[in-house]
Design a protein around this ligand. Structure first.
Ligand code: FE2
Length: 249
């Protein structure tokens, strides 16, 4: 999550407003950039910003429709960011990074009200960056070597990731994470993410129904297969792997 004046320890990829976002303002309304508050000291407080996906809203078609992406980002993601900002405003959490807000408000398994919105704001920006036009299929680079090391073969990883995504009961997420320098697949319900356990997320898929129902209705396995075959940005995963390893050292 890009934050004004609030660097996070696992930075997301650089984002640029997609062309359709700029050229069709009647369809997508840009949320005002949060303005740092000024107290007697220099600004140290900022609210979360709602960044758009790093591609046009129709760029993932026919695998993910413009309608799905527009609603998912423009309604769901926006609501998480707005609700989080309302909940942290004028509290001590304004001084924290988003990652710290998530860890603090998880509250050792007894989440405070802001946790769900904060985690979902982070999860969605991370998710947009997990995809790109013309993505998917077998990865290249170091992530492929680690997949072979830790799962035996890409096909075995694919089978396990699909299984985790398909069997997450109800709303939630499936993840590929770096845990103790090893690749591990995890799944989480609702807003939970692996940051709360100190794991380094590399890839995720949103399996809330709002992520796929307009395009795939109840066929979650079809959505998962399409995500893996056509949409995953392995470039983003490799970049995150580099940062995760660097932060570990
Ligand atoms: Fe979502």
């Amino acid at each position: 999550m890009a934050l004004l004046h609030r660097p996070i320890s696992l930075p997301l990829l650089p984002l640029a407003a997609p062309a359709s976002f700029i050229s069709h303002p009647k369809h997508i309304h840009l949320r005002k950039v949060a303005v740092p508050k000024f107290r007697s000291a220099p600004p140290t407080v900022a609210l979360l910003n709602l960044n758009p996906p790093p591609y046009d809203f129709d760029a993932l078609e026919p695998h993910m429709s413009k309608q799905t992406l527009s609603f998912h980002w423009g309604k769901h993601h926006r609501a998480y960011v707005d609700n989080c900002n309302n909940q942290i405003k004028d509290t001590e959490l304004e001084e924290c990074t988003l990652e710290d807000i998530i860890k603090k408000t998880y509250n050792n398994g007894d989440p405070r009200p802001v946790f769900n919105n904060a985690a979902q704001a982070w999860n969605h920006e991370f998710f947009w960056e997990c995809m790109k036009p013309g993505g998917g299929k077998e990865p290249k680079g170091e992530i492929l070597e680690l997949i072979k090391r830790d799962f035996g073969a890409y096909d075995e990883f694919l089978k396990e990731f699909k299984q985790a995504s398909a069997t997450q009961f109800g709303s939630g997420w499936a993840w590929l994470v770096l845990k103790d320098n090893k690749l591990v697949i995890e799944k989480t319900p609702n807003a939970l993410n692996p940051l709360i356990w100190g794991h380094k997320p590399l890839l995720t898929i949103d399996v809330w129904e709002h992520a796929y129902y307009l395009d795939y209705q109840n066929r979650r396995p079809d959505y998962i297969s399409t995500f893996m075959n056509e949409l995953v940005s392995w470039d983003a995963v490799n970049a995150r792997l580099d940062r995760a390893k660097a932060s570990a050292t």
